[in-house]
Design a protein around this ligand. Structure first.
Ligand SMILES: O=C(O)CC1=CCC(=O)O1
Length: 94
């Protein structure tokens, strides 16, 4: 199942610099692992924003939920999830 996910990041300005750097480093490592596992198939920066647009390929909404909750930055994310279905005009569907 494919899910379009937007993550808007809002790390509090008063969070200690070391903690902020640690969160970003661990988030990157987790994102790379999930990409290598084939779960996080697209990761794009939204131009001009501290946000990303991602596509996840997971077995279920429950799996996506667990992945999102496991992200180190999760407490500082506003997450918007859109389930994706095949479009009949997609070339791959012809
Ligand atoms: O910077 C972001 O958009 C948040 C994030 C997701 C994966 C990652 O490495 O950073």
């Amino acid at each position: 199942m494919l899910f379009h996910v937007r993550m808007d990041v809002a790390i509090p300005h008063d969070l200690a610099r070391d903690r902020r750097d640690e969160l970003i480093t661990t988030e990157k490592a987790r994102a790379l692992d999930l990409q290598r596992d084939g779960k996080w198939v697209h990761l794009w920066r939204v131009a001009g924003k501290y946000s990303n647009i991602s596509v996840f390929d997971v077995d279920s909404a429950d799996e996506l939920h667990e992945i999102l909750w496991s992200l180190p930055l999760f407490p500082y994310l506003t997450v918007t999830v859109t389930p994706l279905a095949r479009h009949p005009s997609d070339l791959a569907m012809q």
